[in-house]
Ligand binder design. Structure first.
Ligand code: AMP
Length: 281
């Protein structure tokens, strides 16, 4: 495995790989790998002959009061895990290389970026789409793999790729969970003992709303209120950012839930913001 921080060198290696007919897949990450990252990486390995993983804590997707400065990092461990999983190129760029002085071009997927997580994190998805656009232009992979835990992010990247005619597949992979149901996330490392013990309720609430849907309740307003009530009852210390039931593909809202609906939640336990989602079908 090569570890490369220069974007010029990464671009050159990937250009050579493409010329020699390699199938390139890219898994963009912010590092501090857990089983969720590793499932994406292992799956991408099976789809390609050259596997590139990027590891970049992207300043442009963090708000001024967010956790950019304390985002967990362990490059040595990540590199070991990546090598064991058969990664060919670990791309670890510096912010000054990605956003040199005078950088002024941003990519914004307008229709999807301002609600759900976008409403509480202004500028977040602009930062995400810009970095992913740059990575796709540098690496030029045949496929870029994303996790469905960050469902809105996945949909936004797919939309960007369609709108800008980028020639890349963007498969989404299922959320990997802890044994108690908590969606794996690098940010789980921030949870206090007590909050970690109650955090599985985030997913339990989603399972509860899916059960209500399966037993015949399809009114979105009712389902959203019952989900909110679940969190008030079971996670009284949580600060709920949103609970929403939306169309999984368009992220649009309507009055009735159907098999293509997605229930999504974002809430804060202490200082830790957790997100999760479930398809109702
Ligand atoms: P991050 O390092 O948090 O930016 O995540 C990098 C990629 O891993 C993104 O595509 C995430 O959606 C994906 N990912 C994060 N957590 C999980 C998880 N629990 N299961 C599956 N994919 C995940």
């Amino acid at each position: 495995m090569e570890i490369v921080s220069s974007s010029d060198i990464a671009e050159k290696l990937c250009r050579q790989a493409r010329q020699s007919k390699q199938i390139i897949s890219l898994v963009p990450t912010m590092g501090f790998f857990h089983a969720g990252h590793m499932s994406l990486i292992r799956w991408a390995k099976e789809q390609s002959t050259m596997l590139v993983v990027s590891l970049f804590v992207n300043p442009a997707q963090f708000g001024p009061d967010e956790d950019f400065d304390r985002y967990p990092q362990d490059l040595e461990r990540d590199a070991r895990l990546a090598e064991e999983a058969g990664v060919d190129l670990l791309f670890t760029p510096e912010a000054r290389d990605i956003y040199p002085a005078g950088f002024s071009t941003w990519v914004e997927v307008e229709s999807f970026s301002h609600f759900l997580c976008g409403s509480k994190r202004p500028g977040h998805f602009r930062g995400v789409s810009t970095i992913v656009c740059k990575l796709l232009n540098l690496i030029r992979p045949h496929m870029a793999v994303f996790g469905q835990k960050d469902w809105q992010q996945w949909i936004i990247i797919r939309k960007m790729v369609r709108d800008l005619n980028m020639e890349v597949d963007v498969p989404g992979r299922p959320t990997v969970r802890e044994a108690d149901g908590l969606a794996m996330s690098s940010r789980n490392a921030y949870l206090s003992g007590e909050d970690r013990n109650s955090a599985p309720h985030v997913y339990q609430g989603l399972l509860h709303v899916r059960e209500l849907f399966h037993s015949g309740q399809t009114k979105i307003e009712v389902l959203e209120n019952l989900l909110l009530k679940y969190y008030r009852d079971n996670l009284p210390q949580a600060e709920v950012d949103y609970v929403r039931i939306v169309d999984a593909q368009t992220l649009g809202t309507s009055r009735q839930a159907g098999p293509g609906s997605l229930a999504a939640v974002a809430l804060k336990l202490g200082e830790t913001r957790l997100i999760d989602n479930i398809l109702l079908e």
